[in-house]
Ligand binder design. Structure first.
Ligand SMILES: C[S@@+](CC[C@H](N)C(=O)[O-])C[C@H]1O[C@@H](n2cnc3c(N)ncnc32)[C@H](O)[C@@H]1O
Length: 367
């Protein structure tokens, strides 16, 4: 495993706490993780399914579209990027992961991090990991924003993030480190982890159950594995219009991903795979991301604003290679995405992404 870090300035996250019914006022300069850290979401409650807002006469302005998310990266001479159709992709284990790794995608991942954290009213994780985890691993860490906030929240823990792409910042807390690593390899960590986290991995692995088994093996007895991920296809709360472009887009993404041997439809299996790997007390909780502010209430308006921005920024990166697998040209895909982006802003279409948080515990060692 080689270490590789990249330069960055702190991620600036637009504060939504002032407007939202998150728990307690949180100053905007405090990173997302610290806002939350010590709050309890309780064990029983979860947000209800979104209700349609039929009073959309009032124009809803989303914070997300004006938010600035920035990481400034240094090019690595070791891990040159692959350039294709105006986007860049990972060079290490080239071709495995279909989404880009350029600044546009990095900014989107940081925005999506905010979306995940808002979803849980500020929690970075739901597993009951206690106050003093010692070793934490974040597989497929992306820009490393989750790992950095975790390291800030637990200064006594050592937090390691791994990824195929060297897109993590250079200036990180002393207890946070990044490694370029392929999670589909046999894992060779010299330490056992108290907590392993994986988020937004649905597009990553050929055999996600193998990665889950490896995570189980890398956990210390009593340690927790947690996945946070979306389901594909997205779901409609009311029937879509005829010939709905968003429904077609979902179909094409699923078909294109399947054609590459890396299905995007595996989130529904996570809980079972956790149990089959040997994890116990596995908990699965669901959340909902309306794809724009079509749903009622401040919580869902905020989620919808961020989700819309996330998907508008992600649409091209998600589609170019994946729909390209079906023989579509980049020009044809970009033309199709004009309709996708138009409909992502249409509050008459009640599309949402279902999100799963799944966690389980490795049983204590036999006496
Ligand atoms: C959608 S991003 C999610 C990033 C991060 N977990 C987050 O939630 O912000 C998926 C990440 O997985 C990484 N990835 C994909 N396949 C991988 C693999 N086999 N091993 C390690 N990282 C991988 C990609 O490079 C990308 O950064």
């Amino acid at each position: 495993m080689a270490s590789q870090v990249k330069g960055s300035e702190p991620v600036e996250v637009k504060d939504v706490a002032e407007e939202e019914e998150v728990k307690g006022p949180v100053p905007s300069h405090i990173p997302m993780a610290q806002r939350v850290s010590l709050e309890s979401w309780g064990t029983g409650s979860m947000p209800d399914m979104p209700d349609i807002d039929d009073d959309l006469g009032v124009v809803y302005e989303t914070d997300a579209s004006s938010a600035k998310f920035s990481t400034i990266s240094l090019q690595s001479s070791i891990y040159h990027y692959v350039e294709e159709n105006g986007r860049t992709y990972h060079r290490f284990r080239e071709g495995k992961y279909p989404l880009p790794n350029d600044q546009q995608e990095q900014d989107r991942l940081d925005l999506q991090h905010a979306l995940f954290v808002i979803t849980t009213h500020g929690k970075l994780f739901l597993a009951p990991i206690g106050d003093s985890p010692q070793n934490v691993l974040d597989i497929a860490t992306g820009t490393g924003v989750w790992a950095i906030e975790m390291a800030q929240q637990f200064p006594d823990a050592q937090v390691t993030g791994t990824d195929l792409s060297p897109i993590q910042p250079q200036y990180v807390p002393p207890n946070c480190q990044f490694e370029i690593d392929d999670a589909e390899d046999e894992w060779a960590f010299s330490t056992k982890f108290d907590y392993i986290h994986g988020r937004a991995l649905l597009s990553c692995f050929k055999d996600p159950s193998f990665v889950i088994k490896q995570a189980f093996n890398a956990l210390a007895p009593g340690g927790y594995l947690e996945y946070q991920d979306g389901y594909f296809p997205m779901e409609f709360a009311t029937p879509p219009p005829e010939n709905c472009v968003l429904a077609k887009w979902n179909e094409l993404l699923i078909a294109g991903a399947a054609a590459s041997g890396r299905a995007w439809t595996n989130t529904r299996h996570y809980k079972r795979w956790f149990e089959e790997a040997g994890l116990v007390d596995v908990v699965q909780r669901h959340f909902y991301w309306p794809v724009n502010p079509w749903a009622k209430g401040k919580y869902y308006k905020t989620i919808g604003g961020y989700c819309q921005e996330d998907l508008l920024r992600a649409a091209e990166g998600m589609s170019l290679k994946v729909i390209g697998n079906l023989g579509w040209t980049p020009d044809a895909i970009r033309e199709f995405l004009v309709g996708v982006k138009r409909d992502l802003k249409d509050t008459k279409i009640h599309l949402y992404v279902k999100i799963a948080f799944v966690y389980g515990r490795k049983p204590p060692a036999e006496a």
